[in-house]
Ligand binder design. Structure first.
Ligand code: ATP
Ligand code: MG
Length: 353
């Protein structure tokens, strides 16, 4: 069976085809609690939507045979070469990162002529949705623990697989009920050659480092993991303040201009953040990428060191947050119901008079 809809006879397409053939050997199986099940798309029942991204959507599904819940990223295989590459990269990285506790775990995959499904462990939420629902900044000590996981995850990708993520942002950071933070979405991750990425791909512009926006040689852009360190810094300011640093910009071009022309974002003073945290963000958001730290240096930073050993109960904090969000949602539902009820009463009384 042909694996990828062929897009031409060029080498690139056949490389992708070959890689998918390799990955196919690992598909059609779901591993859960040490047991391996044979699966097809009919083995899973839809439960609910979990998220939509640019590459497809992620849904909660129940594996009928084991009754286990899985998160399934469903992507259409349009035959478009860039899209095939994204699917392949995402699948390739999650499949080989099973030993890393900071990368979302893949339990299996299904490839059909029209779709690719990646079955992952179900996480509770991504940090982007969390801050939107929470409507208040995440406390520094919780962020400290999150930073330890994210930096470890990014460092694992670099050290073990020679790749950088290239799309570091709160919606690609997942949190589970145990309080663990993991990275997801490796569709545009880039292979590093001599520790450098050499292709220009679209990530989310709002989190993009200056050297990726305006490379020294636009014909052959060269950047490294430090571009992800910048995106981490922007994400952390957003999580700690609940405000996107370039929120005053009216469009993407203004954001890009701001990143290039203005001083880098910082944590606001007088909000009780520790000096360590201020300095950690300042280092991540060093405009000159040559002076920006890489992971080993970040891991030596006093902020990282502190939270590497600190006992912080992220799980209890998250449980409280869930309760609070639920209470807020219930209140909103009650208010909406009473508004509808009084509107119905008014319209009934006006129609009867
Ligand atoms: P993007 O727009 O970032 O390119 P994408 O199409 O590549 O997105 P993902 O980032 O992998 O897709 O997932 C989209 C969203 O689905 C995430 O932001 C998150 O909210 C949710 N999600 C992804 N994986 C899981 C999971 N394992 N458990 C729970 N929710 C998840
Ligand atoms: Mg995403």
């Amino acid at each position: 069976m042909p694996i990828a809809p062929t897009t031409g006879h060029d080498k690139f397409a056949s490389d992708i085809d070959h890689k998918l053939q390799e990955i196919m050997k690992q598909t059609g199986k779901l591993t859960k609690n040490g047991k391996v099940y044979k699966i097809t798309v009919d083995s899973l029942d839809f439960v609910k939507e979990l998220g939509t991204g640019s590459c497809g959507h992620v849904v909660e599904m129940k594996h009928k045979e084991s009754n286990e819940i899985v998160a399934v990223k469903q992507m259409r295989r349009s035959g478009n070469r860039e899209e095939n590459k994204r699917i392949l990269m995402d699948l390739d990285i999650v499949l080989k990162s099973h030993s890393c506790p900071y990368i979302v775990q893949c339990m299996g995959a299904i490839v059909t002529p029209s779709e690719v499904w990646i079955c992952m462990e179900q996480m509770s939420t991504c940090l982007d949705k969390l801050i939107k629902k929470l409507k208040e900044p995440i406390p520094e000590q919780i962020i400290g623990k999150m930073v330890v996981s994210i930096v470890n995850g990014l460092n694992y990708l670099k050290d073990n697989h020679g790749v950088m993520h290239r799309d570091v942002k709160p919606s690609n950071m997942l949190l589970d009920e145990k309080g663990t933070v993991k990275l997801c979405d490796f569709g545009i991750s880039g292979r590093l050659v001599d520790s450098k990425a050499r292709t220009r791909v679209a990530g989310c512009t709002a989190y993009m480092a200056p050297e990726r926006i305006e490379p020294e040689d636009p014909k052959s852009p060269v950047y490294d993991v430090r571009a992800d360190v910048w995106s981490l810094g922007i994400s952390l300011v957003e999580l700690a303040t609940l405000e996107f640093p370039f929120k005053h910009c009216r469009n993407e071009f203004e954001v890009l201009a701001c990143v290039l022309e203005q001083d880098p974002p910082r944590l606001p003073p007088n909000r009780g953040f520790s000096l360590d945290f201020h300095h950690f963000i300042q280092s991540c958001l060093t405009k000159d990428h040559q002076k920006r730290p890489k992971y080993p240096q970040l891991m030596e930073h006093s902020f990282f060191k502190r939270y590497e050993i600190a006992r912080v109960d992220v799980a209890s904090w998250f449980a409280q947050v869930l309760q609070k969000v639920k209470a807020q949602e219930n209140l909103q539902k009650q208010q909406a119901a009473s508004t509808t009820a009084s509107a119905t009463t008014t319209s009934l009384s006006s129609s009867s008079s």
